[in-house]
Every structure is written in C-alpha cells, then in structure tokens.
Write a protein that binds this ligand. Structure first.
Ligand SMILES: C[S@@+](CC[C@H](N)C(=O)[O-])C[C@H]1O[C@@H](n2cnc3c(N)ncnc32)[C@H](O)[C@@H]1O
Length: 247
C-alpha cells in the first residue's frame, strides 16, 4: 500500500486484535486476516471515490481509531464487519427504522448518507428487493452499489420529496430542516445547536431550547393524525426524532 509501511500495518492489526479482544469478539489470526482482506477489497472497489487526502487518512487510521472513529471510518468498519451488532450504530438504526415503519414495498430516501451509504446498504438488504432505497450525498464514493439508487448531489429545498414514503438519516446536520418537511421520517440528530449563524447566535449553546425549536418546526408540518416523537438511543448519546401516525 502506497501510504504505509509493513511495520505500521502490523501495528494496525495489533490494535484491531486488541479492540476485538476487549469487545469479546473472535480475535483469531484468521479473523484479523479476513477483516484486513475485506478492508483491502473495500479500498479497491471504492478507494478512488474518496478525495486523495481522505483516502490517505483512511489508510493511515485503519485500526488505530476504533474507539473514536469518525463517520467516514465507522461506515467502513461497519461494512466490513468489525463491529458486533450492539456496537454498530448503522445496524441499530436500521432496526429502529424497521420497528417503527414498514420498509418492505416502500420507497425510502436517505438524506446525507455519507461517502459510503451504510444505512442504505443495510435497509436494502432488509427490503429483499421489495421497495427501493435512494441515497443522496454530494460526497458519495460511488454511483453503483447493488440495491441502492445513488444520487451524488445535495438534497435541496426544491428536490421532490413526494416520491418517497419515508425519509431516514443519521446525523444529517444542515440537511435536517429539509427532512422535517417530509411526510414520514426518522433520523438521529447531530450535536449542532443551530445550522447557520443566525440560529447559532439565537440559541447560544442552549440544547434544550434548540430541541424545542426543532420539535415545533417539525410539528408545524404535521397533520392532525401525525405526531413527532423523540427518544434516546440507549447504546449511544444520540437523540432519535421520528414523525409517525398517531395510534
Ligand atoms: C455527519 S455526516 C453523516 C454521514 C452518515 N449519515 C453517517 O452517519 O455515516 C453528514 C453528511 O450529510 C451530507 N449532507 C449535508 N447536507 C446535505 C444535503 N442537503 N443533501 C445531502 N447530503 C447532505 C454531508 O455531505 C455528509 O456526508
């Protein structure tokens, strides 16, 4: 590999082994080898879709950052199967989506999927070809991933939402206000308090007031038979917001 020495790769694999052992997972030589092979084939397939500097970071960070990986690395770690199900936020989110909504036969949209659309990938597998999943992100690393319609663009105020039965997202940051307008949604909130200067000034770090504002904004798009629900993901500190039909 161009950016990294054999010695460094040994250190990375040792870190991976240590991580798996701490998480009570199989840390045999065979497992480590198969995970590393999966990482290399991921790079072969999708590496050229990342900006050069980001690709360099991915190669250098692999294994070292497992306890505090950023979303770019978490998508890859989840895809190649390093996390067990409890530690995998994408698997947990897909389960939440499935528990709250019908996903089979539905047209689902993921906004802000990240470079590798891992949540969409899991949802597509759960749909078994019944329904569709479309992922929007200007930073997508590929335009061809089996089972997912990929749109390497920003979803904007003027992009049509009507064709989708459900919108899903994970920490979509600035795309959040667009999601709130959709007829059904579920997403995990990012930690930002305000998405522009005016909101940042107005809420001045007050998370409680910011959440109240987001709920009121979401409710302003609700019909009488719909409501907004918020819950904490019990395995992380993320807040989940969803728009559902009243029961
Ligand atoms: C914090 S990342 C989260 C990525 C992914 N959901 C994950 O958790 O791995 C936010 C992503 O939203 C994307 N994004 C922001 N605004 C967007 C918009 N209007 N339409 C589509 N994607 C957007 C960014 O490009 C970025 O990849």
């Amino acid at each position: 590999m161009a950016y990294i020495s054999k010695n460094d790769i040994s250190c990375q694999l040792e870190c991976l082994r240590y991580y798996l052992r701490n998480k009570n997972q199989d840390y045999s030589v065979r497992r480590i080898r198969s995970l590393y092979d999966a990482f290399l084939s991921f790079l072969e397939q999708f590496g050229s879709g990342y900006q050069k500097e980001i690709l360099r970071n991915i190669i250098n960070k692999f294994g070292f950052d497992l306890n505090q990986a950023d979303y770019i690395m978490r998508e890859i770690y989840s895809h190649i199967g390093i996390y067990n199900e409890e530690n995998d936020e994408y698997i947990r989110m897909a389960r939440l989506v499935e528990n709250k909504f019908d996903i089979k036969g539905q047209n689902i949209l993921e906004i802000g999927s990240g470079p590798f659309p891992r949540l969409s990938e899991i949802i597509s597998q759960k749909q078994h070809g019944s329904g569709t999943i479309t992922a929007y992100d200007p930073n997508l690393v590929s335009e061809h991933i089996k089972g997912i319609k990929l749109v390497k663009q920003k979803f904007t105020d003027t992009t049509l939402l009507d064709n989708y039965d459900l919108v899903v997202a994970m920490i979509p940051c600035k795309a959040t206000p667009i999601i709130l307008r959709s007829k059904r949604f579920i997403f995990s909130l990012c930690g930002c308090i305000g998405f522009n200067e005016e909101e940042k000034r107005r809420f001045n770090g007050d998370m409680k007031a910011w959440l109240k504002y987001l709920i009121e904004l979401a409710e302003s798009y609700c019909n009488q038979d719909e409501n907004i629900v918020m819950e904490e993901d019990p395995f992380s500190d993320l807040t989940i917001m969803a728009k559902t039909k009243k029961i």
